[in-house]
Design a protein around this ligand. Structure first.
Ligand SMILES: NC(=O)c1ccc[n+]([C@@H]2O[C@H](COP(=O)([O-])OP(=O)(O)OC[C@H]3O[C@@H](n4cnc5c(N)ncnc54)[C@H](O)[C@@H]3O)[C@@H](O)[C@H]2O)c1
Length: 259
């Protein structure tokens, strides 16, 4: 039997009866998205290349959540993950990696790796999910972009290019599938996740406190975002309350792109 589509009479921002797959769901923004979606009534598929973390999280969030091992850069892995599903209402394309460097500081291998995860990954997972999403009465995709897909950020050449592609994949999908499923993009500023901690560890091991201050200052509000703040925006975008929101690019950046 198909799931009940939430109605306007229900409590707002609910995902009861819906199945959501979150790539990169085992950490940071993806982890909080899994938690928030499960609390809103969704069955969450925590899809990550880190299988153990995905299993631990799905056991913790409950609501029938389960782990899906996936490497979004590998067509065979993506096919295997999606062919096991018989239902999907929501896809959150969240898996992503970063790179610090200008064009001169970006080796071709690094460029390719970033494009494989951040761009090929969205292509592959969206293509694999599409038939299931089109069968849903309320199919919805949320792509996690970045302010770096909207404005230039110093020494983030490859990352900016990859997130610009995420923004434009969102708009292109919105043009092609309007009325059949909804597609939106979230562009966060700097968010306090293991992604940022790994950046500090790799590039600023001996000056973490000073660099953290600089990261705070990039947002005019003077702090980093919290992953649950991004997760709640994703919840809104996938909820019935956002039925008219399609092809949108939502900044959530403490004012970064307002200046
Ligand atoms: N943290 C920030 O400041 C920030 C800001 C803007 C946008 N973003 C974007 O948000 C998304 C999530 O970032 P985060 O900060 O939560 O990162 P994170 O490093 O905490 O989590 C990323 C997750 O993605 C998984 N992953 C990476 N490559 C994968 C692959 N090939 N296949 C499957 N899973 C893979 C990792 O195992 C990890 O669980 C990324 O797309 C990132 O670019 C982050």
């Amino acid at each position: 039997m198909s799931a009940k589509v939430p109605s306007a009479c229900d409590a707002p921002f609910r995902l009861d009866g819906l199945t959501a797959l979150v790539t990169g769901g085992a950490s940071g923004i993806g982890e909080q998205t899994a938690r928030v979606f499960a609390a809103a009534g969704a069955r969450v598929l925590v899809a990550d290349r880190n299988e153990r973390a995905a299993q631990e999280l799905s056991a913790a969030v409950g609501g029938g959540a389960c782990a899906v091992k996936i490497d979004v850069t590998d067509p065979a892995s993506v096919q295997a993950a999606f062919s096991a599903l018989d239902k999907l209402d929501i896809l959150v394309n969240n898996a992503g990696v970063g790179h610090v460097g200008s064009l001169e500081e970006c080796a071709f291998d690094e460029w390719r790796e970033l494009m494989r995860v951040n761009v090929d990954g969205v292509f592959l997972t969206t293509q694999a999910a599409l038939p299931l999403l089109l069968r849903s009465a309320c199919g919805s995709i949320v792509n996690i972009g970045s302010v770096a897909g909207l404005v230039g950020v110093k020494r983030r050449f490859a990352y900016c290019a990859s997130k610009g592609a995420v923004v434009m994949m969102t708009r292109s999908l919105a043009a092609d599938y309007a009325g059949r499923l909804r597609v939106n993009c979230i562009c966060p500023g700097t968010v306090d996740t293991p992604f940022v901690e790994a950046y500090l560890e790799k590039y600023h091991k001996h000056e973490k406190a000073e660099m953290r201050e600089q990261l705070n200052a990039r947002q005019p509000v003077g702090r980093l975002g919290r992953p649950e703040e991004i997760a709640h925006m994703a919840l809104y975008l996938c909820s019935r309350e956002a039925e008219f929101v399609h092809g949108s690019v939502q900044t959530i950046d403490g004012g970064w792109t307002a200046l």
